[in-house]
Ligand binder design. Sequence first.
Ligand SMILES: [Zn+2]
Length: 484
Amino acid sequence: MTTPYELVIGIETHVELGTRSKMFCACSAAWFGAPPNSLVCPVCLGLPGALPVPNRRAIELAITAGLALNCSVPEHTKFDRKNYMYPDLPKGYQISQYDLPFNVNGWLEIPSGNGAKRVRIHRAHLEEDTANTKHGDGYALIDFNRSGVPLLEIVSEPDLSSVDEAVAYVTALREIVVGAGVSAMRLEEGAGRFDVNVSIRFTEGATTIWPPQSEIKNLNSYQAIRDAVPYEAERLWREWQDGGEIRTRKGKITVGWSPERRQTFLQRSKEDVQDYRYFPEPDLVRFEISRELVSQLRDGIPELPTQRRERFVRDYGLSEYDARILVSDRELAAFFEEAVKFAGGEPKAVANWVTGEVLRFVKSDGGTIGATKLRPQHVGSLVKLVKSGDLSATAAKDVFAEVWRSGAEPAAVANAKGLTQVSDEGAIAAAVDEVLAANASAVASFKAGNQRALGALVGAVMKKMGGKANPTVINKVLAERIGR
Ligand SMILES: [Zn+2]
């Protein structure tokens, strides 16, 4: 869809860290599905006099996430109070980080055309989650189980210029965070939430117009991003065209998204960092992050998608394009590597199978590769059978379809279907000799320059062998016997 304006998008992602206990108390952080208000104590209820004790694991995970996102980890950091009143925030403030976050200046890559685009990460800071409010008819119920769960807020720069890029960014971000073992980030359980800043930019005559942006709060699925962002961009555009309040507005507005009504609604019209009256948390000391800890955490990060892609290109000799497809899905990448082992090498042939037939069947199935009957050894066997000449490339595809359906071994399927071809030179040479002896005139005709006579000889050998001989081997043996 082309629009009369450019989109400029930045995303703040809230990720619940995978700790056992909460950020500043010993209560369980496994709030999802627990009976309301069963995981609480004076600290996370915000009772007067309760003191916070920082969760070391949460800090380690926050730094790990930052490192996985290519951030720098400053040596000095601290927590701050962010003051505001809301029923889900019993203390009247949230412990967050203001000017000295744990992580700054990172980036991640998203696919863009045949290459990659780098999206900058401004910062990633640690804070505590709020309670949950359930709205009823004329009342609201508050569940404090989620209050105090460690939350990492990852703030991107406004480097995204389409909805597809926004979704690619959150997809890549989630892959990295999950891959680094920082969070399971189950979106359906609210363990990842997105605040999306939407701006539009266009020209009127010679002037570039950049109306105040909207921040869409608390989107919790990729689909919500796909629906809400274009809606809000279009709304901003219309409001400007209609000469609405946006033309005199100072600063951004905050909106919510209603999936039922499929529209945004105004939450707050003005919000300034001064309104929060941040100040250093007096109940916590400042932190000094040792370089030893940083390098220790860096060493503990498993291979992430970008590194895996580089390794596939380097070690398997794959094209950037194939490597990108394989790495886009963790399961697919693992399947590929297993299949290469079973094939005894041949990474390019295996990659062709996996990015070709395998992916085509997985897509038409609508599932994931792990949920099918296909195993890496099946693809490994197919590659071997084609390489040895026991199976033609065409027959291999027939065999694959049957293996996919039944989960049977490729060699057994090939035999049962009578698709195995004979590549044994001895057997083929015997048939060739018989054919040559019985077709002296065709041989003479070929030697006199009639190329078509050769085709007739190949056909005769094939017929003698029941159609199952490897044509490449027949040609080779014929060439040896009658000379060319
Ligand atoms: Zn607690």
